[in-house]
Design a protein around this ligand. Structure first.
Ligand SMILES: Nc1ncnc2c1ncn2[C@@H]1O[C@H](COP(=O)(O)OP(=O)(O)OP(=O)(O)O)[C@@H](O)[C@H]1O
Ligand SMILES: [Mg+2]
Length: 232
């Protein structure tokens, strides 16, 4: 449903992404796993339309979207929950959720109900100012805001970053639930162990290149990956 084809990106003269090709299949959780600085967020920003690739293309539902502006991509069904959440910290939970629905104003109340039933912790929190919430709670708000755009693909950039360990499992289960309800997910993370519990397909990214790819089982059993990411 979402495909990146031979995409390269440079910051000035520094090549950060080199000929990346990957695919997010409908109904699946696709993971991109890689260490700090491997180019994950740069890739996400290219898919979101915030950066323009120096080469290569991006396809969504069979159409070339490489040159579309970000809001147009959101309208078509690509919603990004950015790294470090980027919420409106001084606004309430409800105000943040409404901001997520800017491209999808029809049936706002219905969408809110849907998001609340999926993430019930938010139900009583509508009036809470986001900056007063814990990191994990804020991540749930970011997830909910991403869902308010009614996406067919939800892209999560390091959603487990800064989340206390006791909440990480809950978030992982939330991702699973969202996927089972029909939203495809591109999950970009460093936390191999947690993500490996729910991913269907994975790409390993290192120094701006995809160094391994395959179905979850194959990646989890890959000896090089086990050594690098699980210390086994
Ligand atoms: N605006 C920028 N100008 C120049 N170089 C940049 C810029 N943003 C990122 N880079 C460089 O691009 C490389 C990839 O960064 P990127 O943020 O995409 O990695 P990442 O995999 O998301 O890392 P992290 O896990 O820390 O979020 C890094 O070497 C980084 O220093
Ligand atoms: Mg990043």
């Amino acid at each position: 449903m979402l495909a990146v084809d031979n995409l390269s990106y440079s910051y000035g003269k520094i090549a950060v992404l080199r000929q990346i090709s990957l695919e997010v299949k409908e109904g699946q959780i696709t993971a991109i796993l890689g260490p700090n600085g491997s180019g994950k967020s740069t890739l996400v920003n290219n898919i979101a339309g915030l950066l323009t690739p120096s080469a290569g293309s991006i396809y969504f539902k069979g159409q070339d979207i490489t040159k579309l502006p970000p809001h147009e991509r959101v309208k078509r069904g690509i919603s990004v929950v950015p790294e470090r959440r980027r919420l409106f910290d001084h606004l309430t939970v409800l105000e943040n959720l409404k901001a997520g629905a800017l491209t999808n104003r029809a049936n706002l109340e219905g969408k809110l109900e849907e998001v609340y039933s999926l993430l019930p912790i938010l139900k009583e929190r509508g009036r809470q100012i986001v900056s007063t919430m814990s990191g994990g709670e804020q991540q749930v708000v970011a997830l909910a805001r991403g869902l308010m755009a009614n996406p067919s693909v939800l892209i999560l950039d390091e959603p487990l970053l800064g989340v206390q360990p006791s909440i990480v499992s809950d978030l992982i289960q939330d991702f699973k639930k969202i996927s089972e309800l029909g939203t495809s997910i591109l999950l970009v993370e460093q936390n191999f162990f947690q993500v490996s519990r729910i991913m269907d397909w994975a790409y390993i990214m290192e120094h701006g290149e995809v160094t391994a790819r395959g179905p979850a089982k194959e990646i989890i059993e890959n000896p090089a990956v086990r050594t690098a990411y699980l210390g086994l």
